[in-house]
Ligand binder design. Structure first.
Ligand code: LIP
Length: 268
């Protein structure tokens, strides 16, 4: 019951939050953009969408907990009945008018990701999953079950590598070298949750990011797991409030990709 009701709320809120975000996107030229740090942007769009999501959840489930990108400093630390939200993932793309961004909402029970939704309003696609219930893509054509690709080798694969532009990290140069040498194509589209959703939908064969926040990762990781893919343990030892590595992929390349990432980044 509790998960059923939260799943229904998740889908409705993800859709409405996407509509709100898309309205801001259309009016992005008028947005005041603030810097939270180098290459770390925020606007009223991020804040208002997160406030909307938080308000809808609090109305329906007042006892639930909340961890959002724009209010993370107020997180209680309670990981039961917890909603983890990135109101606009791919903020830099969003502000530049690049149509690769999303609203990402996850729900966690006893620390276990249980529900997830990644809404891509620019393409009209809502990806969602319930632990044990499979991964789905909803669009104008209805709902379709999604699965990761059947790729079985890095050679010929397409692996996305996300990285924060906030701080230089030479490990990514080694990681990209290793992927090139393995014969993998690599991409970075600038929004972690949507790239994870595209791994779940078989459009990408894998996704790697060496330090990612839980609001970027949790919904997308559940999508990959429920679509038959594999994901390295997340969060890390520091828990949901600390950035940690993400490696997620089609099952057929999971072992090879994990080994490549470990070897390429061993130098620190
Ligand atoms: C972004 C992620 C991206 C990461 C960026 C940033 P935001 O999320 O989607 O993968 O590399 O540093 O965290 O900040 O746009 O919500």
């Amino acid at each position: 019951m509790t998960v059923d009701a939260r799943y229904a709320l998740l889908l409705g809120v993800a859709r409405e939050a996407g509509r709100l975000a898309h309205d801001f996107w259309i009016r992005r030229a008028a947005l005041t953009v603030e810097l939270k740090g180098p290459q770390d942007f925020v606007s009223v769009a991020d804040r208002d969408v997160e406030t909307f999501i938080r308000g809808e959840i609090a109305r329906a489930f007042p006892g639930d907990h909340f961890l959002g990108e724009e209010t993370a400093s107020s997180f209680s630390g309670n990981t039961d009945h917890l909603w983890i939200v990135d109101p606009i993932d791919g903020t830099h793309n969003f502000l530049r008018g690049i149509p690769y961004w999303n609203v990402s909402i996850a729900y966690v029970e006893a620390g276990v990701r249980t529900l997830g939704a990644v809404h891509d309003p620019a393409r009209g696609e809502l990806f969602h999953a319930r632990r044990g219930g499979g991964a789905w893509r909803s669009n104008g054509d209805g709902d379709a079950r999604i699965e990761v690709s059947n790729m079985t080798s890095l050679a010929g694969s397409m692996v996305a590598v996300g990285h924060s532009d906030r701080t230089p990290d030479s490990r990514y140069l080694e990681l990209r070298r290793a992927l090139m040498e393995a014969g993998a194509a690599f991409r970075n589209f600038g929004a972690a949750a949507l790239q994870l959703a595209h791994v779940a939908d078989g459009r990408l064969d894998g996704y790697v990011e060496l330090e990612l926040s839980s609001w970027d990762a949790m919904a997308g990781l559940l999508l990959v797991e429920e679509a038959g893919g594999r994901a390295a343990p997340f969060p890390g030892r520091g828990g949901l409030a600390v950035r940690a590595p993400v490696v997620a992929s089609a099952a057929g390349i999971a072992a090879a990709l994990s080994t490549l990432v470990q070897q390429a980044t061993a130098g620190g």
